[in-house]
Write a protein that binds this ligand. Structure first.
Ligand code: PMP
Length: 409
């Protein structure tokens, strides 16, 4: 472990945000499930792009236009490789996971869901993977139903199977719960959904920073994620879709770039994926995501996974030893996320005390209100870990929670 700790101490040094103090204390940033900090290589790449490569893409008849287009399309290629897609034509650039799910609902959903059909999600979904389906269902006279979870935070597989019927047209689930950390078996759930003829959408927002994904191996039809949870920039994300499906789908938004020919009478649309990318894109988002994937690849998922699991284990053990502390979500297969409450204390009060100690966590419903209803609590405190965290962060967390307990109970 000690060579691993030395290695990750160097990784930590790549994150300028961690050199600052907060409320006079060293910053322990334990909110990576909300957004990850950005390494210097990503910040430098975006600065370089704005300094020397700024130009619009896909239309410049000049040198910088070509440089920017090349950088943008090279990011698409990089993402295709990162996800194991068959072709970069299957990669659509969007604003993030939220826009990605909305895009799928309003294009694929629009042509494939009819009155009386069902869209199956799970009780652990983020609102971004609930509300767009409800909006579609309302438009179409269809229904959104959710598979339940077990008390340990795992998906209730029997309930999932029971709710899969020939009415199910779309199954959309998270690869990893942002609140509980529970990982779902993407390949198994996809296979079960395909067995009833449904198409599969995976919310990859939390998984992409934790583990390698291969969309061809999983065989999902769509996969979405946000760059900002993967050491990349805000406001940028990806929809992967199987090309054969993308080719059947109508455009998402109308405007420049997504067209083949426009007359006042009629417009024909561009090829996939450009058909889904109207207007000037978030070029530095793509460029920054490229640098973020490079950053991950230089560390390697084997190391990332082993290190994050070690942090999760140690933090879970130490938090569990605190009296009156309840952890939500104890699935065997989970990401580096711990949700907890101090019995009798409000999660926001705990969060505020932790903040005063320099420990950044999230306190609230984590955009998972149906899950909170299932757990019977209005909110939780959530600590989430990433490659730049260390044992000192865990000790700071534990010390601050003990202090919160003394102050609040
Ligand atoms: N799904 C999950 C599981 C998430 O954790 C998040 C972000 N908290 C989202 C969807 C939404 O992502 P974004 O806000 O980047 O669109």
């Amino acid at each position: 472990m000690s060579s691993m700790n030395d290695f990750f101490a160097k990784v930590r040094g790549e994150f300028p945000a961690l050199t600052q103090k907060v409320h006079g204390k060293n910053l322990s940033y334990l909110d990576s499930a909300a957004t990850s900090l950005k390494p210097k290589s990503v910040i430098d790449r975006i600065t370089h792009f704005y300094s020397y490569e700024t130009s619009n893409v896909h239309r410049g008849a000049h040198y910088l236009g070509d440089v920017a287009t090349q950088a943008f399309e090279s990011a698409r290629h990089k993402v295709a490789g990162f996800l194991g897609a068959a072709s970069s034509d299957e990669i659509i650039f969007v604003r993030g996971t939220t826009e990605g799910v909305n895009l799928i609902a309003q294009t694929f959903g629009l042509i494939s869901v009819k009155e009386g059909d069902e869209i199956l999600i799970t009780e652990m979904e983020h609102h971004a993977n609930i509300v767009p389906w409800q909006m579609l269902a309302e438009e179409k006279g269809a229904k959104v139903i959710a598979a339940g979870i077990l008390d340990n935070g795992e998906l209730d597989l029997e309930d999932f199977k029971r709710k899969l019927t020939n009415k199910t047209k779309i199954v959309s689930f998270t690869a990893c719960s942002n609140t509980l950390g529970t990982n779902n078996d993407m390949k198994l759930l996809t296979k079960l959904a395909h067995d009833v003829g449904a198409k599969v959408v995976i919310d990859g927002a939390q998984i992409v920073s934790q583990a390698p994904v291969n969309v061809q191996d999983i065989d999902c039809d769509f996969f979405v994620f946000s760059a900002h949870k993967l050491f990349g920039p805000f406001g940028f994300g990806v929809v992967y879709g199987k090309k054969a499906l993308l080719e059947t789908m109508p455009p998402y938004q109308g405007g420049g770039s997504m067209i083949a020919k426009v007359t006042i009478a009629k417009t024909t649309y561009n090829d996939v994926p450009f058909r889904f990318e109207a207007g000037t894109p978030h070029v530095e988002g793509a460029v920054g995501l490229h640098a973020a994937i490079d950053f991950i690849e230089t560390i390697g998922f084997d190391k990332i996974h082993a290190y994050e699991m070690e942090l999760l284990k140690v933090a879970t053990e130490k938090l569990s030893a605190i009296p009156d502390l309840k952890i939500f979500g104890t699935a065997a297969n989970k990401g580096p996320i711990i949700s907890f409450n101090l019995k009798g204390a409000h999660h926001s009060d705990v969060g505020q005390i932790l903040d005063q100690e320099g420990v950044a966590v999230r306190a609230g419903h984590h955009c998972t209100q149906p899950l909170m209803a299932r757990l019977g609590v209005p909110g939780t405190v959530r600590a989430s870990f990433s490659v730049y965290n260390n044992y000192d962060d865990i000790d700071a967390l534990v010390k601050a929670v003990v202090k919160a307990r003394e102050m609040l109970l």
